[in-house]
Write a protein that binds this ligand. Structure first.
Ligand code: CA
Length: 588
């Protein structure tokens, strides 16, 4: 890390030193409270690792590290310990009261056209290439704080912002070439820090997207690897089989598991070997550095099952040692609940594995949302998809602590998936905002952006209209949106803002009833409040007789549908428009 802080919970700090033949020198430092415990040299003499012990009483300040050979000082480096921000260790993570907005920085808003082309960076902006860089940046994110506030979201997840100095496909951010530097086309470390501070002042949390499984082959390490086993090396390029299920499969072959863990994610992404303790320490310190430096509230960890699981558990323990209230969500992209459940902390796994991971994404429910509203209602199809997916929640150690979503940067855009039917879109969003878990929406969902994953990743990551100075319309404003877009935007925004104040949605229980006649009914409730949600997945009007729901309704006499502003003075029968959701606040 380029610098560290005084007063961290863990006194250990390992520095990686890279300079020609530094391995032939002896490191020396003299600073009260900092002890050079151990110097480690490796086969590659251009590297040296220094294990420091930093006393809890150490004062912030700078000190010099000298690298001497005989009597000659070959190198000198100044290292700094900073003062921690007050309350830093107690920073609060994100939780069920939040709604997360995922955006791809290159595709959201270009707040600084001057950084579109940066000398020394391999890829230049080309907006006509769907897979090229388009010039969006952190300044653009900073410009849209009022937009976020009016939409009502309370947490931002940005796809990775660190340097990706790769010749092509560098816009998505997952091929990191410097783990300590924001990509200069996205911004600077200082801009990232200051935008996060401003967001925090407006009660918007920042979730940083991190990648521990791989890094961009354009990283300087690749010209001078610290160790041969820094990465997984193969005689020729070998791709992962992407079968995360092998990790939990009792019958999986060693060959399949090995390919899953050690195969490369892509030709442009070298596969980290986190079994190497120096790699492990590098990554763990890097994540702590960013939390402390940038004032993060959460981390979204990429490709979770692709890294060694014991390392990931160690990482989570270290995060919680420094930040007990911090939140991490892991991308365990697996299709069925038993596979996802394995990765959530406190799950009693047959192999005894405990992940220490706070939160997982609910991929099975995402698939259910994508199917529920576009197929005929049957025993386990149509709206029963939602019911059946949630019925497997007994498998999770904490089903309320999952991120729920309808789409993301790797998936079909939900509006397209639902046949561009605004009614279905509203049902999906109503479900997302009222079921258990922490909702996440993908930028552009609120203005009905379209795209299918198989047609190309660039097409599900299109530029937000109005984010660029020369755009013909500005969908950040009502005037720049079509009537349908305004309808969707207003619907979602009022839903999100309504959800903000609804503790019963954040922390209430969930009870649902077997879907009948294509109608799915569930309740979110606690001792004080109850909310009834009805999804009519039929293309016709229906009348719902409510006798079946007596165990949730007996205390309640009236209700108000917050979506349609309809008052029910009698709950025995509820009229349902075709393909619609009702969210009814019940009154005693
Ligand atoms: Ca720019």
């Amino acid at each position: 890390p380029p610098m560290w802080w005084a007063g961290m919970a863990n006194p250990d700090l390992q520095l990686m030193v890279h300079a020609p033949d530094v391995g032939f020198t002896t490191a020396e430092l003299n600073h009260p409270g900092v002890q050079l415990k151990e110097t480690i040299t490796v086969a590659n003499k251009n590297y040296m690792f220094l294990n420091l012990d930093i006393s809890p009483e150490v004062k912030a300040g700078k000190f010099t590290i000298s690298f001497v050979e005989g009597k000659r000082t070959v190198y000198q480096s100044t290292y700094e310990l900073l003062e921690r921000e007050k309350g830093s260790a107690q920073r609060k993570g994100f939780d069920n009261a939040d709604v997360i907005y995922l955006l791809m920085p290159d595709r959201f808003a270009n707040g600084d056209p001057d950084n579109d082309h940066v000398r020394g960076m391999l890829e230049r902006v080309n907006r006509s290439n769907p897979d090229g860089r388009h010039g969006g940046d952190l300044a653009g994110v900073g410009d849209k704080m009022d937009y976020f506030a009016s939409l009502g979201i309370t947490a931002l997840w940005l796809n990775p912002v660190l340097e990706n100095n790769m010749p092509a496909y560098s816009y998505h951010g997952y091929a990191i070439t410097d783990f300590y530097k924001v990509d200069p086309r996205i911004g600077t470390n200082e801009i990232y820090q200051s935008i996060n501070k401003k967001l925090n002042e407006r009660d918007i949390k920042m979730i940083m997207d991190m990648v521990f499984n791989h890094f961009g082959t354009g990283h300087w390490w690749m010209n001078d690897l610290p160790m041969e086993n820094w990465i997984h090396q193969w005689p020729e390029f070998t791709r992962s089989n992407y079968r995360g299920g092998t990790i939990t499969d009792p019958y999986a072959s060693e060959a399949d598991k090995e390919l899953m863990l050690k195969g490369w994610f892509d030709t442009s992404m070298a596969d980290f070997n986190q079994d190497n303790p120096y790699v492990a320490t590098y990554l763990i310190q890097n994540s702590i550095w960013w939390i402390e430096y940038a004032g993060l509230s959460g981390i979204r960890m990429d490709t979770y099952p692709y890294s060694y699981k014991d390392f990931m558990a160690d990482w989570m323990r270290r995060i919680h040692q420094e930040y007990p209230n911090f939140s991490v969500v892991g991308e365990a992209w697996l299709n069925v609940a038993p596979q996802v459940a394995y990765w959530q902390d406190n799950k009693r796994n047959p192999d005894g594995y405990r992940s220490h991971l706070d939160i997982v994404f609910d991929f099975p429910l995402k698939y259910a949302i994508g199917d529920a509203f576009i197929e005929a209602n049957g025993w386990s199809t149509g709206v029963s998809r939602l019911y059946e997916s949630l019925s497997l929640d007994y498998l999770y150690s904490d089903p309320y602590n999952m991120v729920v979503f309808a789409d993301n940067h790797d998936a079909d855009r939900i509006f397209t998936r639902l046949g561009e039917d605004l009614r279905k879109f509203k049902m999906a969003m109503a479900f997302l905002m009222t079921t258990r878990g922490i909702p996440q929406i993908y930028y552009g969902t609120e203005i009905l952006m379209t795209g299918l994953e198989h047609e190309g990743h660039g097409l599900i990551r299109e530029d937000f209209p109005g984010g660029w100075p020369d755009d013909s319309s500005d969908a950040f404003t009502p005037e720049g949106r079509s009537p349908d877009q305004n309808d969707a935007w207003n619907f979602l925004s009022s839903l999100i803002n309504w959800r903000k104040g609804k503790e019963v949605i954040h922390s209430g229980q969930l009870k649902h009833y077997i879907p009948e006649d294509g109608i799915y009914v569930y309740f979110r409730y606690n001792e004080d409040e109850s909310i009834m949600v009805v999804l009519n997945n039929n293309d016709e009007n229906k009348t719902l007789k409510t006798r079946r729901f007596v165990e949730n309704l007996e205390e309640y006499r009236t209700g108000t549908d917050v979506l349609h502003r309809t008052y029910f003075d009698n709950l025995s029968e509820i009229g349902l428009p075709p393909m619609s959701a009702r969210i009814i606040e019940l009154r005693r």
